[in-house]
Design a binder for this molecule. Structure first.
Ligand SMILES: [Fe+2]
Ligand SMILES: [Fe+2]
Length: 259
């Protein structure tokens, strides 16, 4: 069984590219399920109900998020009405939404998706992602064999540590947040597919999806600068993982990109 993973979707341009490219990529790679991180889909930071529903209408089954999950404050009131949209599991339990779910695969079977946020360089209110994932795996128990983890984090070391911590216990751990694809896609020794960062669906002529001159100006002057989202010349980055549905063990992972 194969599934498509898609990195952080940035802005309207990223959303349009996903709608155009994901159905094609799913066919081309024979993927029966798709997970995409959309924390930057609404004007570069945050999500909206309309954007999530649009992704679902274009072959994205589960939408994950990250540190920008509440950047569009209306989403706080909408997420509970979106059963296939996750927010990081290790935020306060008093926040709406869910950090993991078990979803039906259209061709049969189920898959668990878990969304975590890294501790390092991230929000103060994040609890330990390692303890959180242990608790969730206990809750999932034997309800499904296929378990996919989006580890949304800044530090490569923390993401690799999560991959190694979960090796043999989940089907795949993929990293998001840094918007730059890494060249380390592999199946770890105990059968977990792993990649440190998928990359993004954003402009090639940008800095992490934002206007080059704006970002350079901010670095050079230290002044507050509006970082405009670049909406054209979009490239999609992600990965395809293959796994044995009976055991949940990964058989392979390859990076994919499309324009
Ligand atoms: Fe992020
Ligand atoms: Fe992001």
């Amino acid at each position: 069984m194969k599934i498509l993973l898609v990195g952080d979707i940035v802005g309207k341009g990223g959303q349009a590219a996903v709608c155009r490219l994901v159905p094609k990529l799913r066919k081309e790679h024979h993927c029966c399920f798709c997970i995409a991180n959309a924390e930057n889909i609404a004007a570069g930071a945050g999500l909206t109900r309309a954007a999530v529903e649009n992704l679902h209408n274009h072959d994205v089954d589960v939408v994950t998020a990250g540190d920008h999950v509440w950047a569009k404050t209306d989403y706080v009131g909408h997420i509970d009405g979106l059963p296939k949209a996750l927010r990081p599991a290790n935020l306060s339990a008093r926040q709406p939404g869910r950090g993991y779910g078990i979803f039906k695969i259209p061709i049969g079977g189920t898959i668990a998706v878990i969304n975590l946020l890294g501790h390092v360089f991230m929000r103060d209110q994040v609890t330990c992602p390692f303890a959180t994932v242990d608790r969730i795996l206990e809750e999932i128990g034997s309800r499904t064999t296929a378990i996919i983890v989006d580890m949304h984090a800044e530090a490569t070391s923390e993401k690799i540590a999560m991959g190694r911590y979960l090796d043999g216990r989940v089907t795949a751990v993929f990293g998001t947040h840094t918007h730059v694809p890494t060249a380390d896609a592999r199946v770890l020794p105990e059968g977990t597919a792993y990649i440190t960062d998928l990359g993004m669906v954003g402009s090639r002529e940008s800095i992490l999806g934002r206007d080059i001159n704006d970002v350079v100006h901010r670095f050079c002057t230290g002044l507050p600068t509006r970082l405009r989202v670049v909406e054209d010349d979009i490239e999609l980055h992600g990965a395809v993982i293959e796994f044995d549905a009976a055991t949940g063990k990964a058989l392979g992972i390859e990076s994919v990109s499309a324009v």
